[in-house]
Design a protein around this ligand. Structure first.
Ligand code: ZN
Length: 389
């Protein structure tokens, strides 16, 4: 016997009585699977998560459907043959109805304008995802978003029913099925007509608002994430808080934070370039203070400057003056060093085994090698001091 689906008669019904036809433990999970003669719990299907709530004092963890039988996954068992009361989590249900109806409206308008289908609908607690089978430009998305919101505010009735076969045969609708009967058609006049089994709001006004959160190209089509109703309000609140925070930090008007952040980023880049220039100059002064090439074969410098070009430039300059090895190490004893080594007279490629066994991770050619090491400055100096290059 198929379970009677109360949500088809009344999408706003949250409390109902039913008889427990069967209840068995679920394998593995420690849950229980109950089948009722009737239910107001909409099961997971068509990309939409199931309703949750309470049933006979048990928590409803999930609701599934297969071959017309709806199974409630519960955290404790029910007695077979008993009468139980079910309470659907209305906040969750209504949230899903808002998102789902909004999805119909958007998909209906995209279909009317471009003929594309929604081929990847997913509705969960966090996201409402729509995948359209063709490209939709940013401008068109913005226009459709506005159209849909205009239709929401007109508060158009949303109807659902099972048309007679004679009517169904000639009916144009999205997600057209080959079936000639038993197809549930959800209609929003002037906006959308679609085959769908899920609960929707009674009129478009209940969707409240639809906002596109993000849009991207996806497999030759378009992937969208949208928020409707209370989710849109929450999303707005979250973004508002963030913008407010940035506005206070930058002493900028909320509607001007983008310009303020752009200016800050530009300034940050300028400061960074200035810092690199100063570090390069400092490094050069350090180089000039090194023991002269007449008294030292090797030259090693330690700096905080992370700019690889600066390091390489300084090594090039030292290589010209010192007979042995020139090295510039960037970092600290705690965090380790990145380095560039160079030499005009010593084949550094042949020196790689020595460097690696000494604690350097490095690679390179005859004249220059680079890499990193966890050794301290003292250890690095000691490593080279003991060698006769
Ligand atoms: Zn639907």
């Amino acid at each position: 016997m198929n379970t009677e689906e109360i949500y088809y008669q009344d999408t706003h019904r949250t409390e109902f009585d039913a008889s427990v036809l069967s209840c068995i433990p679920e394998e593995k999970k420690g849950a229980f699977l109950a089948v009722l003669d009737r239910t107001a719990f909409f099961p997971e299907q068509g990309g939409q998560r199931s309703d949750l709530g309470e049933l006979g004092g048990a928590k409803v963890l999930d609701v599934r459907t297969r071959g017309g039988i709806i199974t409630h996954v519960l955290d404790r068992p029910l007695t077979e043959g008993s009468r139980v009361t079910g309470i659907v989590d209305w906040e969750r249900r209504f949230d899903f109805m808002q998102q789902h109806t909004g999805e119909h409206m958007f998909s209906g308008r995209v279909h009317a304008r471009f003929g594309y289908d929604n081929v990847g609908f997913r509705l969960s607690e966090e996201l409402t995802q729509l995948d359209f089978s063709g490209p939709v430009s940013r401008e068109a998305l913005a226009e459709i978003e506005e159209e849909v919101n205009e239709a929401i505010w007109k508060d158009i009735p949303v109807t659902a029913g099972f048309p007679e076969p004679a009517v169904l045969r000639h009916l144009e609708y999205r997600s057209k099925l080959d079936l000639t009967e038993g197809v549930r058609i959800v209609e929003i006049p002037g906006i959308d007509r679609c085959a769908c089994c899920a609960p929707h709001v009674d009129s478009t006004g209940q969707v409240g608002l639809l906002k596109i959160v993000s849009a991207m190209n996806y497999k030759g089509g378009t992937r969208l994430y949208i928020v409707c109703g209370k989710r849109a309000l929450k999303d707005y609140g979250k973004l508002k808080e963030s913008v407010q925070g940035i506005s206070v930090l930058l002493s900028a008007k909320q509607e001007e934070v983008f310009d303020a952040v752009s200016a800050l980023k530009k300034k940050d880049q300028e400061n960074l370039s200035r810092l690199v220039r100063i570090e390069a100059e400092l490094l050069h002064l350090q180089a000039e203070a090194l023991p002269s090439p007449e008294t030292a074969r090797n030259a090693f410098l330690f700096t905080a400057c992370p700019d690889q070009n600066v390091l390489r430039r300084e090594v090039n300059s030292l290589m010209e003056r010192y007979e042995g090895i020139a090295g510039v190490f960037s970092g600290t004893d705690g965090e380790g060093y990145r380095f560039v080594l160079g030499s005009r007279n010593i084949d550094l490629k042949e020196l790689l085994p020595f460097l690696r066994s000494g604690g350097f991770k490095c690679g390179g050619g005859k004249e220059q090698v680079q890499g990193s090491t966890a050794l301290s400055e003292a250890d690095i100096r000691a490593l080279f001091a003991g060698q006769n290059f």
